[in-house]
Design a protein around this ligand. Structure first.
Ligand SMILES: *Cc1c(COP(=O)(O)O)cnc(C)c1O
Length: 374
């Protein structure tokens, strides 16, 4: 049983995600929407279905379990970017038409074993590390991987994948080119040896900034959810037109005056400089609204920005509504999004929070009423 202990409401505008997808389609040749981590908190199945209805037929999730959950919901290919890790993952891959990303030799052997025992042929995607130093075979393992694949006669290598570390940083284009050079070299070796691999290197920022590195598939994540990876950089125009899709709101549960000189919330970290009015909003760090936003963040109340006063509590946060007429209990305060030109953008929330929109989305998305995780 789960108890609904919070009053936050997360709403997702699937049409915005569809429009972002169409915008990205005009820049990429074949998009592989990244819907890992519950579609960055936006809802795995709903987002994937919305994109499938726009023509998407290849999706990337994280775990094999996520892939299983998505498998029945959409047609096409489902790639598990974390690859098979648990014993049951290997079985699921073999039984459920999931494309596994393979980054270690032992995964090749175990997949081959599954394929033999089920008497099937299994497609695989190969991950090589070209500079992220996270997951993937080293470039120097290219020959050993090819030899292993020759022995794994039931495996069908289809894709070569790598991931860029600095595509969103205009000052680090040189490193993108280094990674791309290594990638191209690995791909050429496979092609020379007769492996007809297709190739995919680009994430959102890469799609927008390096269209010449598109190869056969591009993997947009954050841009689908309406964040411009180049926001506030000299290359901002690359991501113009993307629209955020997530809104998060919570009700005002009390409104009261705060007199000049009075303090508010734990630790008395804020003292009123003049007479004012505060609204108490039913959202706090138990809802993944970070305590790091204390005295830093803003919410949107009745179309106006209201600064957070004092510490964010477990289920409540105080905001200054002195300049917002008529606020009353039951009003909605937007933690993210909201109406009009003052709507709180994911980039702003993330900056106050000291993080990125990626993390803010994942954490706040866990408040979705249909969130399936944990
Ligand atoms: C998350 C992820 C992406 C998407 O990255 P964005 O920056 O969100 O576009 C692409 N490829 C891999 C391997 C990833 O893990």
């Amino acid at each position: 049983m789960t108890i609904d202990y919070n009053l936050l409401r997360v709403s997702i505008d699937l049409r915005a995600i569809q429009e972002n997808y169409r915008l990205l389609c005009s820049k990429g040749t074949r998009l592989i929407p990244v819907v890992k981590a519950d579609a960055y908190g936006h809802g795995l199945v709903d987002v994937a279905r919305a994109l499938a209805s726009c023509g998407a037929d290849f999706f990337a999730v994280g775990t094999v379990e996520e892939a299983s959950n998505l498998r029945l919901a959409v047609p096409g290919t489902v790639l598990a970017l974390l690859g098979p890790q648990l014993r049951e993952d290997f079985q699921a891959v073999a039984e459920q038409d999931i494309l596994p990303l393979v980054a270690r030799m032992d995964q090749l052997w175990l997949l081959q074993e599954q394929a033999v025992s089920k008497n099937v042929r299994l497609p695989v995607a190969l991950k090589f590390d070209t500079g992220m130093a996270r997951l993937g075979f080293a470039p120097s393992e290219t020959s050993p991987v090819m030899e292993a694949l020759q022995r794994c006669d039931r495996l069908d290598p289809q894709w070569l994948i790598s991931h860029l570390a600095t595509a969103d940083d205009p000052d680090q284009a040189v490193f993108v080119r280094e990674q791309a050079g290594r990638f191209e070299h690995i791909l050429a070796e496979f092609h020379r040896a007769g492996f007809a691999l297709r190739a995919s290197l680009l994430n959102s920022a890469g799609i927008l900034a390096y269209p010449d590195l598109g190869w056969d598939g591009q993997r947009p994540g954050i841009a689908l959810y309406g964040v411009n990876p180049f926001g506030d950089t000299a290359r901002e125009s690359l991501g113009r037109g993307l629209q955020p899709a997530m809104q998060v709101r919570a009700p005002v549960v009390a409104v009261h005056p705060l007199a000049k000189g009075a303090s508010i919330s734990y630790g008395r970290t804020y003292t009123a400089k003049q007479d004012g009015i505060v609204a108490i909003v039913a959202a706090g760090y138990a809802d993944n609204y970070s305590r790091g936003l204390s005295n830093k963040g803003l919410m949107l109340v009745r179309g106006k920005r209201a600064p957070i006063l004092g510490r964010v509590c477990m289920q409540m946060t105080a905001v200054d509504v002195s300049a917002v007429p008529g606020v009353a209990p039951g009003d909605q305060a937007f933690l993210l999004g909201g109406e009009g030109t003052s709507a709180i953008r994911p980039e702003e929330l993330a900056a106050w929070w000291g993080t990125l929109p990626y993390e803010a989305f994942c954490l706040l998305g866990m408040n979705r009423k249909d969130f399936q995780g944990r």
